[in-house]
Design a binder for this molecule. Structure first.
Ligand SMILES: [Fe+2]
Length: 278
């Protein structure tokens, strides 16, 4: 009788230990995840697929950055947008350089800066490097591609244009087509919306709130938003606009580990409204 009790207790301990190990491992493991969003609109006549890379912070994604590059190739995007903190102020940025050189050879790339590119006044050098690689850097400028307009909110860092002024300039130069604003900072969504010109805003910066509890807490903390950030990551639909916040790609170069918060490649499909029922 005593023997049976002991073995039941042992099985229980083993089971609890295995479940605990499984939960801990799933919580702190951070494989790259691809997340796809679909947006239907009457403003486009043919589908456009966008890959969004955000907050890379020069993190390592396999030899020659192949893990990230392969994930992009698998989705066959029409263009790639880089929504800030791709270069990092504290890194040697070799991973970022390898990635930018490879990705720009395959896809049209549009880049706006984040806060880390502006630290230590390094943006001017980063911008020059990106442009020499063949990336289109947007600072309050708009680019037309495949029937949509890509607008880039980015401070020039030299006093010529603040971040807010760059958003205003983008809005003033957009037409009535499908306008996408690339803007690193999601917490400023009300400011972007105040212009009534941007159909879609693509942001990063929040790193998914670093810690998540699936189905309960969508992010614990984000810069400029504080605890329990409203825009930690995901899709947010407003009356006339959609905000998509990438959880970013930084996974090892942060002081605090990500928990239940995989780094992600974001794919956005802009699809003609007429195809919605198909
Ligand atoms: Fe940032």
């Amino acid at each position: 009788m005593i023997k049976v009790k002991r073995s039941t207790k042992l099985i229980r301990i083993i089971l609890i230990s295995l479940i605990t190990i499984f939960i801990v491992l799933s919580a702190v493991s951070f494989p790259l995840k691809t997340v796809i969003y679909k947006i239907y609109t009457a403003k486009v006549t043919k589908p456009v697929r966008i890959a969004q890379v955000s907050d890379l912070h020069s993190n390592y994604y396999g030899k020659n950055m192949q893990t990230l590059l392969n994930a992009i190739d698998e989705q066959s995007p029409d263009l790639v947008v880089l929504t800030g903190d791709i270069f990092d102020d504290k890194s040697d940025n070799e991973n970022t350089r390898i990635f930018l050189k490879a990705v720009s050879k395959k896809y049209p790339c549009f880049y706006v800066s984040g806060n880390h590119e502006h630290r230590k006044s390094q943006w001017k050098a980063f911008r020059k490097e990106a442009e020499q690689i063949g990336i289109t850097v947007l600072e309050g400028e708009n680019a037309e591609i495949m029937g949509i307009t890509v607008c880039g909110a980015s401070s020039t860092g030299d006093g010529r244009l603040t971040f807010e002024e760059s958003v205003k300039q983008c809005a003033e130069n957009t037409g009535d087509g499908f306008n996408i604003l690339l803007a690193h900072y999601p917490e400023q969504i009300n400011y972007y919306r105040s212009f009534g010109k941007f159909d879609l805003v693509l942001s990063g910066h929040a790193h998914g709130g670093q810690w998540r509890i699936p189905y309960l807490v969508n992010g614990l903390y984000a810069p400029d938003q504080g605890l329990f950030p409203k825009y930690a990551g995901g899709r947010y639909d407003f009356e006339n606009e959609t905000l998509i916040v990438s959880r970013g790609l930084s996974r090892t170069k942060t002081k605090i580990p990500r928990i239940f918060n995989n780094p992600e490649l974001v794919i956005i499909d802009i699809i003609p409204e007429s195809e919605e029922q198909n």
